[in-house]
Design a protein. Structure first.
Length: 121
């Protein structure tokens, strides 16, 4: 079961629904994490278990301009850290996402909040 997330910034920026993780049937091939593009000024989520994402060493391409963009959170080998608010297991690694003080692609400040609004499966 994955989570549905939303992001919102103090400047007024609000994203569409974002996804974290994958569904029950496709979690081996599908894991969405949240990314942002400063140029297009958008936050979006993308599957990082595609061939394309693996070939570009985890760098993700913007859904709009196709440039390589950074993602929120961290993919790590080590254990749970309570500073992170959300987590998802990817094979033997873990993805952690902290919900507050994230980079906003619109105002470029670290005042974006990412928070769960529901689940999908
Ligand atoms: Zn872009
Ligand atoms: Zn902002």
């Amino acid at each position: 079961m994955g989570s549905i997330l939303q992001s919102q910034c103090k400047c007024g920026y609000e994203s569409y629904d974002l996804y974290l993780g994958g569904g029950m049937m496709n979690f081996h091939t599908h894991c969405e994490i949240s990314c942002y593009c400063d140029e297009c000024e958008i936050v979006f989520s993308k599957n990082i278990l595609t061939k394309e994402a693996k070939q570009s060493e985890g760098r993700i391409r913007c859904v709009k301009c196709r440039k390589k963009v950074p993602y929120y959170g961290k993919i790590v080998n080590d254990d749970y850290n309570k500073d992170y608010h959300m987590e998802w297991h990817i094979g033997d690694k873990s993805y952690y996402l902290k919900g507050d003080n994230q980079h906003c692609p619109k105002c470029k400040k670290d005042t974006l909040q990412i928070y769960p609004v529901g689940n999908f499966d």
